[in-house]
Design a protein around this ligand. Structure first.
Ligand SMILES: [Zn+2]
Length: 375
């Protein structure tokens, strides 16, 4: 797909005279979100690039249009085509624009991770590729308009874009969502890679429930970074927006038996019903949004950050609990909330407690109440 950033870029400097940003490092005119648009061309400082002519630095290495190897991407990072006007670099093609925008987002994600205290658990520079041709193993067709984190190589792959909507590689929420998968993998998922299952229950726990939590927390982290609860809809349209929007209120969290029945039915037809993963994830993300938004509207962003900080600090301790339970019983979608809010003694307001119990009454065991945690 050919986008038209470059024409906007020239229109900008020939017709309007663009404002420059005087931060440290080089400044590039790239598609960047503002209040009106996800991809307004703006001067953006990218202080950590080793050179403006290679999209590589201590924060990320960005590849495009290349194959994969067993350890990552074949070939070298993108060499952007640029022209310098004053002290602002203008990319001369879409590939250069996108590569630089991705790098700039990773600089901001690194800052967010520093605030959350989790930047040191990942190796940097992060490795990201876009317009990467991958063939779908089921259909045999080349996949499009999607993104994956590949835990075995610890890389993010954006497939080719074929849509007039916001391309995923420059959608801040999608970039952050994929980045969080790397965190989840290091925090909780690594020991479940390439697992052989002893029972359908164990497979359900890892392939549906754990993956569902991974998706839900990735969406929640993406909201914290992008501040855009409907980031997926911007790239994929109404159907996905309805399915995954974090603005939609949650009704109640379903029990595992409901999902497990659908999972077993899928297995009997030789498929793992992946939609269940996203159902579980979206319910988790919507619940977290719902609980946080019971607090003061004015401090919403700060409160979401505080919640994600709480979650990422508690999550590694859940590894052991999950491994022990996993071999014996079906784990409940509400179990992670119980762990975050009850077993880790998160203090909630009375309003938040009521909202939590309304959405997930199963969070309370028999004769238990949230009294100790409610202010
Ligand atoms: Zn995902």
């Amino acid at each position: 797909m050919k986008r038209t950033f470059i024409f906007y870029a020239f229109a900008c400097f020939t017709l309007f005279g663009c404002e420059k940003q005087n931060k440290s490092g080089q400044t590039f005119m790239i598609p960047w979100p503002n209040e009106q648009s996800f991809e307004a061309l703006q001067p953006v400082s990218i202080p950590t690039l080793n050179s403006p002519y290679v999209v590589s630095g201590p924060i990320a290495k960005v590849y495009s249009d290349q194959g994969l190897t067993f350890s990552g991407f074949s070939g070298d990072p993108v060499r952007p085509q640029l022209t310098l006007v004053g002290d602002v670099f203008y990319p001369l093609d879409v590939k250069s624009s996108m590569a630089l925008a991705i790098y700039a987002h990773f600089e901001r994600l690194f800052e967010l991770d520093q605030q959350l205290g989790i930047q040191s658990q990942l190796p940097w520079p992060r490795r990201v590729g876009f317009d990467i041709p991958l063939v779908d193993s089921i259909t045999g067709q080349q996949s499009e308009n999607n993104a994956h984190y590949l835990p075995d190589r610890d890389i993010i792959v954006f497939l080719p874009t074929n849509s007039q909507k916001l391309p995923m590689p420059i959608n801040p929420g999608v970039i952050a969502h994929e980045h969080f998968h790397a965190h989840f993998n290091f925090l909780l998922g690594k020991s479940f890679l390439n697992k052989t299952y002893q029972s359908n229950i164990e497979e359900y726990n890892v392939e549906i429930l754990l993956r569902g939590w991974n998706e839900g927390l990735a969406d929640y982290y993406a909201l914290v970074y992008s501040q855009q609860p409907e980031f997926l809809g911007a790239s994929l349209g109404d159907f996905w927006n309805q399915a995954r929007s974090l603005k939609t209120p949650i009704q109640n969290i379903k029990n595992s038996q409901y999902y497990f029945n659908k999972f077993e039915k899928g297995l009997s037809q030789n498929q793992v019903p992946l939609y269940l993963v996203y159902n579980i994830g979206t319910d988790l993300a919507r619940t977290l949004v719902h609980i946080v938004e019971q607090q003061d509207e004015k401090s919403k962003i700060r409160n979401h950050k505080e919640m994600i900080r709480w979650i990422v600090s508690a999550l590694p301790q859940y590894q052991q609990i999950f491994s022990e339970k996993n071999n014996k019983e079906m784990i409940e979608p509400v179990d992670l909330l119980r762990f975050f809010f009850l077993e880790n003694n998160k203090v909630l307001s009375m309003k938040q407690c009521e909202a939590l119990v309304k959405v997930a009454p199963q969070i309370l065991l028999k004769d238990e109440s949230l009294e100790n945690q409610c202010l």
